[in-house]
Design a protein around this ligand. Structure first.
Ligand SMILES: [Zn+2]
Length: 198
């Protein structure tokens, strides 16, 4: 699918992307896990400092401060993703953060590619790529749903095309005897049994 086709599909679908309940649960679980590890590290290093002064200062700096800080930062990022919302309009795409504050806005005009990144740990991401900019939507269930609906729609359209082509090749005909309307593939009138006149 080309970028214009995808944008059309996104807008037909509501132009709205947010983490599903399952994705929120997953993101929240990761965040809680990281926070627990951070707390455990802080407690462990202070305990170690109390037990082995002064040799505990270096581990305290790393395990009691640096690592926990990183884990808390990642947990905050994951938590924010739960509340992130991305809204597509005809001309632009806007990402809203917690409390509906806009995080970024981009025009759709120069968009060259939309790339789906599969997630190893559950949620994937959809990358919007401009020549000067890359923006990521850090969850993908909405995207997979969109593609499924798009695929089903394309299939329905193909079926309709095939049926129309068939109807053109086998036009309906009217019985000479009883004036009943008959499908093109019937050789005899379904009502009175008289053959199709040539
Ligand atoms: Zn007939």
């Amino acid at each position: 699918m080309t970028v214009p086709q995808l944008l059309k599909a996104i807008q037909r679908d509501g132009g709205y992307a947010r983490a599903t309940r399952g994705e929120r649960f997953l993101l929240g679980a990761y965040a809680v896990f990281l926070l627990s590890v951070a707390v455990a590290l802080v407690v462990w290093s202070y305990q170690r400092l109390l037990d082995h002064p002064p040799g505990g200062y270096l581990p305290l700096a790393a395990f009691g401060f640096a690592f926990p800080t990183c884990f808390v930062a990642i947990a905050v990022v994951l938590g924010r993703r739960c509340f992130m919302e991305v809204v597509f309009t005809a001309t632009s795409v806007t990402c809203y953060g917690v409390l509906g504050r806009p995080i970024w806005i981009e025009g759709l005009a120069g968009l060259i590619e939309i790339r789906h990144i599969l997630g190893a740990r559950g949620t994937g991401a959809v990358k919007l790529i401009w020549p000067h900019q890359v923006r990521a939507i850090p969850f993908d269930a909405w995207w997979e749903g969109l593609l499924d609906r798009e695929f089903a729609r394309a299939e329905r359209e193909e079926m309709a095309r095939v049926e129309q082509a068939y109807d053109r090749e086998h036009p309906r005909w009217k019985c000479d005897e009883c004036a009943e309307d008959n499908p093109g593939e019937f050789e005899l009138c379904w009502s009175c049994g008289r053959g199709k006149s040539q």
